[in-house]
Design a protein around this ligand. Structure first.
Ligand code: HEC
Length: 143
């Protein structure tokens, strides 16, 4: 094999790798890239939040917003928007949120690295965070 066929094989391998990384049933993450630390999704806020979601918003802002951004709109370089079709209830049920907080998440949808476990929140607090995220999602047409 000369070096041209080797280079060709490398290109094909890279293309195949890219295909496997992006293929799947999930909607592809947004490809427009905001600047480091900026919001990733445009989030429409609901007119009102239920009392449970209001508590969830407080817990979210204390613990999760550092990476998932204000209003769960994501934060470039840190964490994805949770107001995103990927996280709709049928694809990431409430249990996915409990698991994420308890065990952390291995990077698989986004280029931001792993999410570490979040020992600072209780299960009850995560339940209120889920209520908050679902109300934000519904206000953005994610059911
Ligand atoms: C240190 C940064 C960081 C913090 C703090 C953080 N997350 Fe994450 N989270 C991430 C990253 C990065 C991902 C994306 C992993 C991927 O899919 O590539 C993620 C993914 C998730 C997911 C998707 C899980 C899955 O199964 O794909 C949920 C749900 C989630 N986070 C909820 C939370 C909640 C709730 C909190 C607060 C209690 C929180 N996160 C705090 C960085 C963080």
């Amino acid at each position: 094999m000369n070096k041209f066929t080797l280079a060709g094989a490398a290109v094909i391998a890279a293309a195949a790798g890219a295909y496997f990384l992006t293929a799947g049933t999930d909607p592809a993450p947004d490809t427009t890239t905001p600047a480091e630390g900026e919001a990733i999704a445009a989030v429409t806020l609901p007119d009102t939040l239920s009392p449970e979601a209001t508590m969830g918003k407080r817990a979210f802002e204390a613990v999760c917003a550092a990476c998932h951004g204000e209003n769960a709109a994501g934060k470039q370089g840190y964490g994805p928007p949770l107001v995103h079709r990927i996280y709709e209830p049928s694809h990431h049920g409430d249990m996915a949120f409990q698991m994420a907080a308890q065990r952390g998440v291995r990077a698989h949808h986004w280029p931001f690295g792993d999410m570490p476990p979040q020992p600072g929140v209780t299960r009850a607090e995560v339940a209120t965070i889920v209520a908050y995220i679902r109300e934000l999602q519904r206000a953005n047409g994610i059911e």
